[in-house]
Design a protein around this ligand. Sequence first.
Ligand code: KE4
Length: 432
Amino acid sequence: MITGSLKTTKSEEIFAAAQKLMPGGVSSPVRAFKSVGGQPIVFDRVKGAYVWDVDGNQYIDYVGTWGPAICGHAHPDVLKALHEALEKGTSFGAPCVLENTLAEMVIDAVPSIEMVRFVNSGTEACMSVLRLMRAFTGREKIIKFEGCYHGHADMFLVKAGSGVATLGLPDSPGVPKSTTGNTLTAPFNNLEAVKNLFEENPGEIAGVILEPVVGNAGFIPPDGGFLAGLRELTREHEALLMFDEVMTGFRIAYGGAQEKFGITPDLTTLGKVIGGGLPVGAYGGRKDIMQMVAPAGPMYQAGTLSGNPLAMTAGIKTLEILRQPGSYEYLENVTKRLADGLLQIAKETGHAACGGNISGMFGLFFTEGPVHNYEDAKKSDLQKFSRFHRGMLERGVYLAPSQFEAGFTSLAHTDEDIDRTLQAAREVMAAL
Ligand code: KE4
């Protein structure tokens, strides 16, 4: 357990060099710790629930490479399967039976998915499914929700969450108005606002896209009736309902949020967990819609490494582990202990806080709450979050470096890890 100031000499050296080579020294903005201050730590290796940095410090990891490490980092069964797959090559660019295997597992698990297409990231999945929604309906407008993040494709960078919110970017330069002009936004959990948009744009809205449980504005679950209300509104206006389950898919339930809440969208995007730590995304849904995707139909989408054998292998093995009986009960129990414990400690140390968990996904806001949408989330004490993040880091706990992200546990997190995390939280919150 590292307490007090961390020895981060090597991290600082490597990160200083990185900043000369790559914008911000990172391959993805949120990793730069911009909103929580201080130096990002440079990872050397990961295993199970733990991370070791290049200075030898060990941390209990609650980011899990942003979701994929749900079975624990570098799971031995996943590594073994990958080593075997490697002997047969790294990429085919041709049909491979492993694609069938993972496709069958996804179709069996996710209620809305009758057919699926693999791509290489969540961004690619979301941009492809949007093109499909427009192709199928012949309409151009979409509704997204403030604070939701669907990857970095132009049309989604409107009041987006995750790194866009973290950096407080007013959306992004380089995105033409002509592209985002068709992206309508509403506050999450606000059915009335969605109803009004449909009435103001009759016959023009291809569909509604959302994170069914928001993770990119911090952790914001749907209010009762919200998802059902969207299902009804989209049906009424002959528009499509698309659940972006890149984060929630196979995380909050084996069948994702749509299984957990019993609401079946027309289309779904996936990523993260189904790649088991290798680059994968996917989109899928009703067969009559998916049949429009080339070469079965006219809607074009393609990818050199889509469905590659290594990513398929890691995904298959990960889902095999997750579908073992008890996996999601374990994730719920260990994460609930953490989330409830953090709230209890905040209360005991005099901090306004709210949050919670659904299975292996959790969040904490420093505000009385409740947090129903992005506006509420922005009212939380971001400075306090930053100090909390740094204090936990110094005590060997690695939390997402932004208030506008969610936290993730894994099957590798033990009760002892939770106890150590709560002990660290007690020390930090007492001094916040
Ligand atoms: P990727 O292109 O990063 O694989 O997926 C984009 C995406 C789409 N939809 C949802 C709901 C997502 O959460 C994401 C990506 N999530 C972020 C973390 N909140 C990835 C981390 C990062 O951007 O570095």
